[in-house]
Design a protein around this ligand. Sequence first.
Ligand SMILES: [Zn+2]
Ligand SMILES: [Zn+2]
Length: 124
Amino acid sequence: MNEISKSLKCVVLRNGIEIWREEERLNDLVQMLKGQKIGFIKIDNEIVNAADIIGIFSALTMEELNRRKNGQWKCQYGNWHGKNEKCFCKPLKKCRVCGKINPPSFINYNGIVCSDCWENENKN
Ligand SMILES: [Zn+2]
Ligand SMILES: [Zn+2]
């Protein structure tokens, strides 16, 4: 996700319409909605019935929503899988010395140690 999409927020309406705006440009709208003032409101050059707004969501939430709509699901390791896909994700192994993720070869001793660090530790 780049810097621009991070600051984008999505106003979702009951009919499925998504209005994407930079977060700071939605501040007035957020204040209005918090004030429970229901009625027609202006978002830039568009008029929206505030009662139809489901919420204002981050790009990340919208991405997750779209994935779930497409039948994808998130496994316990935080990876997305297709509808009929099984999860074969393995927990990440991290060398406790150099922090290398899933080293090609490692020794399990007081935690995971990659073979390079193991050699260094046992030089003397
Ligand atoms: Zn998985
Ligand atoms: Zn290491």
